[in-house]
Every structure is written in C-alpha cells, then in structure tokens.
Design a protein around this ligand. Sequence first.
Ligand SMILES: *[C@@H]1O[C@H](CO)[C@@H](O)[C@H](O)[C@H]1NC(C)=O
Ligand SMILES: *[C@@H]1O[C@H](CO)[C@@H](O)[C@H](O)[C@H]1NC(C)=O
Ligand SMILES: *[C@@H]1O[C@H](CO)[C@@H](O)[C@H](O)[C@H]1NC(C)=O
Length: 273
Amino acid sequence: MMMSVKASVFLLVLYFTTPISGLEVKSDPEVSGGFVHTELEKTVSLTCLSEPQEAELVWLRNGQLISIAEGNTWGSSRLCVTPVTHNDHAAIFTCQMKNNASVNASVQLEVTYAPLHSGKEEVSVEQTRELELSCDVFANPPVLVSWQQHGDPIDLSEGGFLLTNDGFTSRLKVGRVDRAVHQGPYSCVTSSPIYPNRTKSFEVTVTDKTLQFQTDLIFPMIAGLVVIGCTTLLAIISRWRWITQVTQKHTHVFFYCPCGNQTIDLHSKSDFP
Ligand SMILES: *[C@@H]1O[C@H](CO)[C@@H](O)[C@H](O)[C@H]1NC(C)=O
Ligand SMILES: *[C@@H]1O[C@H](CO)[C@@H](O)[C@H](O)[C@H]1NC(C)=O
Ligand SMILES: *[C@@H]1O[C@H](CO)[C@@H](O)[C@H](O)[C@H]1NC(C)=O
C-alpha cells in the first residue's frame, strides 16, 4: 500500500515535471494516468522522445539500467516488453537523459490476468481417506472464489470441510471421507471484477476401502502372528536345554526315586548314632 502510494506520488510528480524536463514516454497500448494496462503474453511498446533538443537516452526497469542497442539512444529510443509476464506487473520503466538523471519520465505497467482453471475433473477417493480438490485463483485483480456441492454453496460449519487459499490455489479438503456426505458433484467458481466468471467442475466418487482393508488390517495381523510365532520359537529354542534337562531330571528323579529314598534312608540311618 505504502509502495503504491509512493509510486503514485512519484508518478504524479513526473506527470507534472515531464513537460518541463523535455522527455516524454509514449506507449502502445496508450499511457493512461502514468499506467500502461496490458495482459499476459502481450507486447508493450514504449517510445521515449527528447524535445526540443536531441539528447542521449537510457532506460531503467525498476531503477535498474537496461541495455539497449547503440543506434537506439539518440533523440528517441524504443523499448519492447514482450511477452508480458506476471513479473512485469507494477514494473516501472524510466527513460532518462544519460548525462542528467533528473531529466526523466516513467510509466508503470499494470498487468491483469485471469485464473486458469477450467474443465471437469473425475476424482475417486476411498472411504475414510482424505479428499482434496484444488482450483487456480492466481489472478490480477484478485478473484473471489466460491465452492459448491450439488450446486449449493458449501457450508463450512458442517461436513468436515476445510478451505484454504494461498493466493495461487484454493483447496477444499475433507480429512475423512464419508460416502453419504461427500460423494457427488462439486464446483469452484471464481468471480473477477474484469473477467468473466470461471468454473471448474469435479465429480467425486467414493469407493469401498478394499485394498486399504488388506494393507491396514491383514498386514499387521500377519506381522503380529509372525512376531508371536518367532518369539515362541525363540523361547522354545533358548529353553530347549532347560526343557530337556528338566525332562531328564524328572525322568531321573522318577527313575532314581527309590535310590534317593534309599540314600535318605541310609543318611537317616547314618544320622542316627
Ligand atoms: C539537469 O536538468 C535539470 C532540468 O532540466 C536542470 O535544472 C539541471 O541544471 C541539469 N543539471 C545539469 C548538471 O545539467
Ligand atoms: C527523475 O526526475 C525527478 C525530477 O527532476 C527527480 O526528482 C528524480 O530523482 C529523477 N529520477 C532519477 C532516477 O534520477
Ligand atoms: C459471477 O459470480 C458471482 C459470485 O459468485 C455472481 O454473483 C455473479 O452473478 C456471477 N456472474 C455471472 C455472469 O455468472
């Protein structure tokens, strides 16, 4: 805002000083109030004239010197901006006398462009998955964007819809799709103060969660079973010696039990004096 106010004041000063300074910038398309209105991909042709006497001229774009052909500097100088790009919006082109910078004249480009979205997109999303629809909104002047479902404006307070807009893309998101709520036709409409409204349509189909069911549930189940199986196997292996020993011990105990008893008996006997 400050910049544009400053630029306007600057241009206003130039507007009044230009006739005195002796430099004039003409343009095709024509200059209007210091501005040249154009669109993307178009060509702007600027001509600087020094009057009454011929002088050597230079051009600057946003204060940076532009190199021009040698034969194009005396008395009058032509500059072509082609093709016009987004970056040329608000660019200031200044023509000035080479040996006296205070003799100068400027014009500012005003590049307008419409958003590029159009057509129809078929969108397929699985039940409970995330849905994202996007629409181009990069435009000058800025556009208003409205999203519709079944031809009615989307109510953001219900249906789990989330809307974002970064000036380039408008996105309509749903974190967890529910066929009953989210299946059907959508559209994004941009309205511009100078360009016709543009619409992009979407047809959203919510499919069953088939593949996801397997990957989400079967894989962890298999993984779980494998882990349990391996753990059991490892446990069995690590305790195999112990198990066999215990089994053997049990066998031994069982087998030698009478002997043990005998031994105890012997000890008992020997314990008795
Ligand atoms: C530059 O041009 C301005 C306006 O015509 C004039 O007042 C000033 O004296 C000039 N300066 C020089 C160094 O020629
Ligand atoms: C252009 O001329 C004006 C008025 O003479 C002067 O104030 C301004 O500094 C000049 N611009 C440049 C870039 O020299
Ligand atoms: C463009 O869109 C705006 C806002 O959605 C609407 O008010 C207007 O009627 C539309 N214009 C046309 C020509 O459809």
